[in-house]
Design a protein around this ligand. Structure first.
Ligand SMILES: [Zn+2]
Length: 452
């Protein structure tokens, strides 16, 4: 058997497993996770130096860690003992040459696409890549696509727009899948001709790029007919979603895939489900009503780099009703962004700071009677700096008014706003529209301009 055939068989095996591994009851899903976790901790913990003193402990007795801890002790969390400096150097070489194939000791390495804070690296072995490909295909492909993949005349065509490619994503390329990477470092425009020539069945891109592609389709510069449109890598902004839905006459699906793993995906009903068949998710609640949390993940599936009780900086909003698809895996209403995208405003009836979640702001702006151009909102102390594309004064005033209204509705005082100059970001950088640089100092009630 050739290695390509055995790889395809392995992907198929994981694909079938992922299709069969579906739980309709939370209790059964929990029982499956418990069994996998015990096996994982028994097998993997002894090989990880970070947990040398913690062998034999159950998951609840292990420390919750974050990105900083992971970066500081990087080599202690991977079974290959690869230090962060080596992983970063390998990934940076790939970024510079745009050749994403080289491996480090047989392990593929990539960098996180985040623009804030220190960069983190991800590492996957060849076997993990094949497993990932099987699970990913099981999550994304519709029955019609599976038929095309197995029996169609043409291969299934996937267009993938991203800042960087990786061996991980390239695993999907095969005789039956025409997987093309479109490098966002060059922007979107230079790729339009090739994209039209490929005429993808599946279009995958970050929200901002997806909005541009949808714009080109609406302008008549593209005539694509994808069967599925998927947003990845950054928060799906309402207007990008709307443009893509208009341009391609279908709802936009989402994949929540990051350095830390493949965390969630939308089901056939368009509802995001956490990938709980392959990882455990603990909820670090951000509000008393338990509507939003930061996920603390334990991935019992990966074998090279380990994430055990690892807290992500993302804010996820839970869905209140069960999903009609019947899948018991945790359903989300939205991925709202990072925890430092939350603005902190003073409560109406006290001097305490309350969180104003980015989704509430996006919604308030999206429902403004006048469409507003691209914008940024940055909190610096008590002041909200608002920038609008083209430094549009009217749009600034509309957003400031919307912020006042949304604050009032949430029992907070109207924030003080100032207009700041709009700076366009490069197409390959991750867009962050709403950022809290620093919170207000409530011990100084009359001090307005406590900038950093
Ligand atoms: Zn569902």
């Amino acid at each position: 058997m050739t290695s390509a055939t055995s790889d395809s068989l392995r992907v198929l095996l994981h694909f079938l497993q992922a299709k069969l591994l579906r739980f309709r009851s939370r209790a059964l899903l929990r029982a499956w996770q418990g069994m996998q976790l015990r096996r994982f901790l028994r097998r993997s913990l002894p090989g990880l130096p970070y947990y040398a003193q913690m062998r034999g402990r159950g998951m609840a007795a292990l420390p919750i860690i974050d990105k900083q801890v992971m970066l500081t002790h990087f080599e202690q969390f991977n079974t290959a003992g690869i230090p962060l400096a080596d992983a970063t150097a390998c990934a940076l070489r790939a970024e510079a040459t745009r050749d994403f194939r080289p491996e480090l000791e047989g392990i593929s390495v990539g960098l996180s696409s985040g623009t804030m804070g220190p960069r983190s690296a991800f590492m996957v072995s060849r076997r993990e890549r094949l497993k990932w490909a099987g699970i990913m295909l099981a999550r994304v492909l519709t029955p019609a696509m599976i038929r095309q993949l197995l029996m169609g005349r043409q291969p299934l065509k996937v267009a993938f727009f991203m800042r960087a490619n990786s061996n991980l994503y390239d695993t999907l390329a095969s005789r039956r899948i025409d997987f093309r990477f479109y490098d966002l470092l060059q922007g979107v425009e230079p790729h339009l001709a090739q994209l039209q020539e490929q005429a993808p069945d599946i279009l995958v891109a970050p929200s901002k790029a997806l909005g541009w592609i949808a714009g080109a389709q609406l302008d008549g510069r593209l005539k694509l007919a994808p069967v599925r449109v998927i947003a990845v890598a950054e928060v799906l902004e309402p207007e990008d979603r709307h443009l893509a839905e208009q341009a391609f006459s279908q709802s936009v699906h989402q994949l929540y895939q990051c350095t830390e793993g493949f965390l969630a995906y939308t089901c056939s009903h368009g509802v995001l489900h956490m990938n709980e068949e392959y990882l455990c998710v603990e909820q670090d609640w951000l509000d008393e009503q338990k509507t939003r949390f930061m996920p603390v993940i334990t991935d019992f599936t990966r074998r090279t780099q380990h994430f055990i009780r690892y807290r992500l900086n993302d804010v996820l909003r839970v869905r209140q009703q069960p999903c009609p698809c019947g899948n018991a895996a945790l359903a989300l209403e939205a991925i709202e962004g990072r925890s430092d995208d939350i603005l902190w405003l003073v409560a109406t009836d006290s001097q305490t700071l309350c969180p104003l979640f980015p989704d509430a702001i996006r919604h308030a702006v999206a429902i403004l009677p006048e469409a507003v151009p691209d914008y940024r909102i940055e909190q610096r102390g008590r002041l909200l700096h608002i920038a609008t594309q083209g430094d549009d004064r009217l749009a600034y005033e509309c957003i400031a008014t919307a912020l006042g209204q949304v604050a009032k509705r949430h029992g907070m005082r109207r924030p003080e706003c100032v207009q700041s100059a709009f700076v366009s970001s490069a197409p390959y950088t991750k867009r962050r529209r709403i950022v809290c640089v620093s919170r207000a100092d409530v011990s100084k009630p009359d001090c307005v301009a406590d900038h950093v």
